[in-house]
Design a protein. Structure first.
Length: 151
């Protein structure tokens, strides 16, 4: 994982360390063609889990711990998709979606929630989210939705 200011980016790894290969080129996908996903979640365990799963799927990952940080990342980095928690301190997912809606180039967003609170999920879809995941996140569902939406 590399730091970008107070944010981080990580590249997948597949155990070729020590083989003389660049450690950032360890997947079959060249770095320049790898998709970059921003994860916005205040739970460090969720961030680590999602980072690991997305790296395994061939994505590079940027991380932020609230919506305000997520918007700051997007000002300086282009991404191919966003995994966005709805309930966070400072700025939650709905507020971040509203701010993203004001932008001309909005990446596709999948929102995440710890509960199946339908009105909140519907509001997120109305505000621009393309899909949602309920925590705890099931790996196959994460993979299917990311590969479909962040293609």
């Amino acid at each position: 994982m590399h730091s970008i200011g107070k944010f981080s980016i990580s590249h997948g790894h597949s155990g070729s360390e020590g083989s003389g290969m660049d450690k950032h080129s360890n997947s079959n996908v060249p770095i320049k063609s790898r998709k970059r996903i921003l994860i916005v979640d205040d739970d460090s365990d969720v961030l680590l889990f999602l980072e690991d799963r997305l790296n395994a799927l061939g994505y590079d990952v940027l991380a932020a711990t609230n919506g305000k940080e997520g918007l700051e990342v997007l000002q300086g980095q282009s991404v191919d998709g966003v995994l966005l928690d709805l309930n966070m301190p400072v700025m939650g997912g709905i507020s971040m979606l509203e701010n993203l809606g004001k932008s001309s180039a909005t990446p596709p967003v999948i929102v995440m929630s710890a509960n199946d609170h339908r009105p909140e999920l519907q509001q997120a879809i109305i505000k621009g989210a393309m899909d949602f995941l309920i925590k705890p996140i099931v790996h196959d569902e994460l993979a299917n939705k990311c590969l479909r939406i962040f293609q």
